[in-house]
Design a protein around this ligand. Structure first.
Ligand SMILES: C[S@@+](CC[C@H](N)C(=O)[O-])C[C@H]1O[C@@H](n2cnc3c(N)ncnc32)[C@H](O)[C@@H]1O
Length: 374
C-alpha cells in the first residue's frame, strides 16, 4: 500500500485544485472567531472584520469572521463525496468588547452554516481541556451575579453530506472490514467526551505550535480511523502544522491540506522524515493495548469467540476478524510539497516474542485453533 499527501499553499475560500465530490473525509480546525490570536488573520481576509473590531461592535465582528469561514464551508460541501463526513474542531470564545463581556458561540454558528448548506448534523464530541491556570475564573470572584463559568472544553462537530455511504461491492465490503477498529477502541473513541490527558503528543513544532492552535495528533488519528477507510482521501482546509497530514499518513489514508501561511510548509516537510517512528509507535501501541485488553478480558470473562485472521489474536466481535494494521516502511518528501508513504501489513511473524505470547494467550483463551498457525 502507498499513500500520497499534498500540501497546497493557498486560500481555502476557493479550492480550485480540488474536484467536486472527490474527498472522503474532512478533519479540520479553523481559526477561531473572536479569539484574539486570530484577529489579525481575519482582518487581513476582510476589512469588515478589522472595522467592526475597531468600532467595538463584537456581534458584528463575530458575524464578519464567520462570513469568511462560510466561504470555506461552501467549498468543503462542493468537494466532499456524497456520504462523506466532516469533523470540525472549534472552541467558543469569551471576550469583553465595548465594555460588554459576552460568549461568542462559534460552534452553534458553524452548526447553522452547515445545516444551511444541507449537511446533516450528527452527535458531537466534547473535547475536555481542563486548565489549572490560577486566573481561570472570570468575573466577580466570590460575589454573586457577576461571575462566569470557565470554558474548559472545545467541540468536534460531526456532519455528513447527503445519505449514508454505501459499501455494495465485495471490494468495498472487504476494504471496510480491513479498516475496522477494535471493540475496546470503539468504546473509547465513540464516547462523546474526550480527554487527552496523559496521551503522548507525537509532533513538536517549537514556537510555531503555540502560534498555530494545533490539535493533538491523537484527535485527528481517532477521527480518521472512525470516519474513513484505508486509501481514502482526507482534506484539511486549515492545515497549520500538518497534524491532519501526519495522522492521515499514520492511518494509511491519502490527504490534501491547504494552508494560507507559507511558514508552515517547510516545517511539515522537515517533520516528515522523522515521522516514521511515531507512526509505527501508534500501531505498536494499538497492538500492545489490544493484547493487554485481551489478557484482562480473558481473566474476567473467559475465552473469546473470534480470532482476527491477519494478526492471529482473539477479538470480541466478527467485525474485527479481518482488521489489518500496517507499518510504515518508507516516507519520502519532495520540495514540490508532497509526501509519499509506503506500508507493509503487520503480520503474525513480525515479532517472534509476540507470536509466542499470542500462542500462549490463544491456548489460555481456548479460541479457535486455526488461529494458531503463526
Ligand atoms: C487553528 S489553525 C489549524 C491548526 C492545525 N489543525 C494544526 O494541528 O496545526 C488554523 C490554520 O488555518 C490557516 N488559515 C486561516 N485562514 C485560512 C484560509 N482562508 N485558507 C487556508 N488556511 C487558512 C491559519 O494560517 C492556521 O494555520
Amino acid at each position: 500500500m502507498k499513500t500520497r499527501h499534498r500540501i497546497i499553499l493557498a486560500d481555502s475560500r476557493i479550492m480550485k485544485d480540488i474536484g467536486d465530490d472527490s474527498i472522503d473525509l474532512a478533519v479540520t480546525s479553523p481559526p477561531y472567531p473572536m479569539i484574539e490570536m486570530w484577529d489579525e488573520l481575519f482582518s487581513s481576509l476582510s476589512p469588515t472584520c478589522a472595522d467592526t473590531l475597531k468600532l467595538g461592535d463584537g456581534n458584528a465582528a463575530f458575524e464578519a469572521m464567520h462570513v469568511e469561514l462560510d466561504m470555506v464551508w461552501r467549498e468543503l460541501y462542493r468537494v466532499l463525496k456524497p456520504g462523506a463526513f466532516a469533523c470540525i474542531n472549534i472552541g467558543d470564545a469569551t471576550r469583553t468588547i465595548g465594555e460588554r463581556f459576552r460568549l461568542y458561540s462559534n460552534h452553534s454558528r458553524i452548526v447553522t452554516a452547515f445545516r444551511t448548506l444541507g449537511l446533516d448534523c450528527l452527535p458531537v464530541i466534547l473535547w475536555r481541556k481542563q486548565t489549572n491556570a490560577p486566573n481561570k475564573f472570570m468575573g466577580s470572584g466570590m460575589l454573586a451575579a457577576g461571575a462566569y463559568v470557565t470554558l474548559e472544553h472545545e467541540y468536534v462537530l460531526v456532519f455528513r453530506k447527503d445519505a449514508k455511504r454505501q459499501f455494495s461491492t465485495n471490494a468495498e465490503k472487504s476494504a471496510r472490514m480491513k479498516s475496522a477498529f477494535f471493540w475496546e477502541e470503539r468504546n473509547k473513541w465513540f464516547s462523546d467526551v474526550w480527554d487527552f490527558k496523559g496521551i503522548v503528543q507525537g509532533l513538536k513544532h517549537g514556537d510555531l505550535r503555540s502560534r498555530s492552535g494545533a490539535y493533538p495528533l491523537e484527535l485527528a488519528y481517532r477521527l480518521i480511523n472512525m470516519y474513513s477507510l484505508y486509501e481514502d482521501t482526507v482534506l484539511d482546509p486549515f492545515l497549520g502544522t500538518g497534524t491532519t497530514t501526519f495522522a492521515s499518513l499514520a492511518c494509511g489514508r491519502n490527504s490534501v491540506g491547504i494552508e494560507i501561511d507559507g511558514a508552515f510548509s517547510s516545517l511539515i516537510l522537515e517533520q516528515a522524515d522523522s515521522f516514521l517512528g511515531i507512526a509505527n509507535e501508534l500501531v505498536s501501541t494499538r497492538i500492545g493495548d489490544h493484547r493487554q485488553f485481551i489478557a484482562s478480558r480473558v481473566q474476567s470473562k473467559g475465552s473469546m469467540k473470534y480470532v482476527n485472521e491477519p494478526h492471529g489474536f482473539p477479538v470480541i466481535t466478527r467485525q474485527e476478524t479481518a482488521l489489518q494494521l500496517h507499518r510504515v516502511t518508507q516516507i519520502v518528501s519532495s520540495p514540490g510539497l508532497s509526501i509519499e508513504a509506503s506500508y507493509e501489513p503487520v503480520g503474525r511473524l513480525d515479532d517472534s516474542a509476540c507470536a509466542e505470547r499470542e500462542k500462549k494467550l490463544l491456548r489460555n483463551t481456548g479460541a479457535k485453533q486455526g488461529a494458531l498457525d503463526l
